[in-house]
Design a protein around this ligand. Structure first.
Ligand SMILES: *Cc1c(COP(=O)(O)O)cnc(C)c1O
Length: 320
């Protein structure tokens, strides 16, 4: 067991609370809606945004053990986990969806993971889908152990679910809600893009009684409400906070886009000098602008949009 995890904050040095930045944008001003950006992308250069908030409580629990986690070929979560392993000096294993990737050159995102010392295990899609089944997980751990000098015992490994979303992560993201609650100015609505929903589950739990959260799923499917309720039950003992989902802005699915969304994101970048992450953040802000135009917010409403991550050129390439 290593001691360095106790210095986790000192090594990772987060910028918290993350800055809150007003932006003047006529797509909101026109309707009397004040828009603020909650700059979680500035929390840490290598573990940006919600990835820091979700991972750090898990790294504390892992206490220096090997961390094994899951992700797709362009997963921000895998990259953040690999960076944390390098910075803090614990071993990481990434189980990557798609065994066909094993025989191809690594894409830039996986290259970074490998350069940070993450061992990559490429898994066929059926196994990947079934990874929450204890028997399947046991098999993955067994395979992870072969090829290591001493093998791997499951007690030596701390497993973080896909996207990093579990009860510990929801607790970490509750701090995001609390930062937005404990302010001099009143924020009425908080908007966030959702992948697995862990961020929204925690955020909503940390907000004040007169605040609400809107989640914009970037995946198709409409399964997210149940997942968020389950996470909140695991983390907080039951449903927490006032939250809802708007399922209209996934643009066909993960990393899918449209000319309209690209134009919106490019325009926002130009006006506000802020590189806009395309897989998640752009969809949430686009959705928010449509809601404003639909009259969803009474004049005088203050909305904070969470900038959950940084633009990442290698992920963007995947949507092309
Ligand atoms: C991972 C990620 C999300 C999704 O967070 P969930 O907790 O899985 O809903 C949102 N935005 C960015 C930039 C991300 O990297």
């Amino acid at each position: 067991m290593t001691g360095q995890t106790f210095d986790l904050d000192a090594v990772l040095r987060p910028r918290l609370p993350s800055p809150l930045q007003p932006v003047a944008d006529e797509r909101f001003d026109r309707y009397g809606v004040r828009l603020l950006l909650k700059r979680d992308d500035l929390i840490h250069p290598d573990l940006p945004g919600n990835k820091w908030r979700k991972l750090v409580p898990n790294l504390r629990a892992a206490a220096g053990r090997t961390v094994l986690t899951f992700g797709g070929a362009y997963s921000n979560h895998l990259r953040a986990t690999a960076s944390a392993g390098r910075l803090l000096g614990f071993p990481t294993i990434g189980v990557v969806r798609g065994d066909e990737l094993a025989t191809r050159p690594l894409n830039p995102s996986l290259r970074r993971c490998a350069d940070d010392g993450m061992r990559l295990l490429f898994t066929d899609r059926a196994t990947y889908r079934a990874k929450d089944d204890p028997a399947v997980l046991a098999r993955i751990l067994r395979d992870a152990g072969t090829g290591t000098a001493a093998g791997l015992r499951s007690d030596d490994v701390y497993v973080v679910p896909e996207g990093g979303s579990n009860a510990a992560a929801a607790h970490g993201c509750r701090e995001l809600g609390r930062e937005l609650r404990d302010l001099d100015e009143d924020i009425d609505v908080v908007a966030v893009a959702c992948g697995t929903g862990g961020t929204l589950a925690g955020l909503a739990a940390g907000l004040g009684a007169d605040q609400r959260a809107i989640g914009f799923p970037v995946l198709r499917g409409g399964f997210l409400g149940d997942a968020i309720r389950a996470l909140q039950t695991a983390a907080f003992g039951g449903p927490a906070g006032d939250w809802s989902l708007d399922d209209r802005f996934h643009f066909g699915g993960y990393a899918r886009t449209s000319p309209g969304l690209d134009a919106f994101a490019g325009d926002f970048e130009e006006r506000h000098g802020l590189p806009m992450e395309r897989v998640y953040v752009a969809k949430a802000l686009y959705g928010l602008s449509v809601l404003a135009a639909e009259g969803a917010f009474p004049s005088g409403t203050t909305v904070a949009a969470v900038v959950t991550g940084q633009e990442n050129r290698s992920a963007q390439a995947s949507s092309r």
